[in-house]
Design a protein around this ligand. Sequence first.
Ligand SMILES: Nc1ncnc2c1ncn2[C@@H]1O[C@H](COP(=O)(O)OP(=O)(O)O)[C@@H](O)[C@H]1O
Ligand SMILES: [Mg+2]
Length: 384
Amino acid sequence: MSLYNKTILPGSTIGIIGGGQLGRMLALAAKAQGFRIAVLEPTADSPCAQVADVEVIGAYDDREAITKLAAVSDVITYEFENIDAETLRWICEQAYVPQGPALLAITQDRIKEKAAIRQAGVEVAPYEIIESMADLFLKINKVGYPAVLKTARGGYDGKGQLVIKTEHDLAKGEALLEHGACVLEQWIPFEKEISVIVTRKPDGETAIFPVGENIHVENILHQTIVPARISTSLQLRAVEKAKQIADSLGLVGILAVEMFVTEEGTIYINELAPRPHNSGHYSIEACVTSQFEQHIRAICNWPLGSTELLKPVVMVNLLGEHLDKLFEEIPALADWKIHLYGKKEAKLKRKMGHVILLRDSIEEALTEVEASQIWSGVKEKIGG
Ligand SMILES: Nc1ncnc2c1ncn2[C@@H]1O[C@H](COP(=O)(O)OP(=O)(O)O)[C@@H](O)[C@H]1O
Ligand SMILES: [Mg+2]
């Protein structure tokens, strides 16, 4: 049996590294079951700290602060993947961290991540590792145009990426390479983007959420539609791939698997996230068990819950620029589940919350979303 199968009971404290919205929703789910929450975040009154029992203020690599977090926590998890891997390895020696150090080290580095996906026997878009401009000029010929150059580390919401359409774009790669090694990927003219969220326990028990169809606008997730509008056989293949990756990684806890589906029905894995994922927020109301509760169950060694979908659902993100219209419309939105994260400043493109519409059909939900003024101007940008 693994070292990571300690059962954590209500009344115990779950320590979360990272105080953003994912930490907040993890905390809310855990508190429903009677857990206490401690959170580590550099700034006070973070979205998670607002609902936590203990707030530790400190940088994610501040060992003194982490020691404080560990001192009050029975189990530790994290809500984002850019914690220093060495620091996490160190915490794993001081405290009970059932996810272990390896998963984060792999998923925070696109080079390691792609190798791990291939190791699991699953396909990624053809790619090359790029260490220098000379490398880029040489290897673009292997990958072909269009391609996308991504920093191996630190990117999110499309940051740290450059789409290379012609040789004239190559020079712009220099700015990315300043941050270290990159990957150069073939551009996949996908028909759909989907994601599969898988949770696994130390003994191999696995639960997989229904496949989500994701629509991005300017590289930020805009909508998740479930069930995804793809064939059942494609859905089954996507789920199988996520399971293969989870097993191969010896996953403990939750993992989101982002995928591209081409017109011919080929599935490529885009990237992995070892935490609850924006595209899984629909599960809060639409599934028997939410992705947040499921992760808590996995790390506390409880039986995993049913991931059954109760109704067709559409999740739409609320960015800073959407809040004014939302507040105007709230008095008329009886059956919209509105989630806001408690962030103080509504900055442009900042994720402030999301809405969830459970309806008898996807079409019905989408029609209602379209009739709202909240996202006016977004439609023209879909796919952009
Ligand atoms: N190789 C690719 N082919 C086509 N589209 C891509 C490719 N890589 C990224 N994209 C688009 O850019 C988005 C963001 O890229 P991703 O690698 O997921 O980075 P992030 O960490 O910002 O989520 C993807 O969801 C997809 O829409
Ligand atoms: Mg992504």
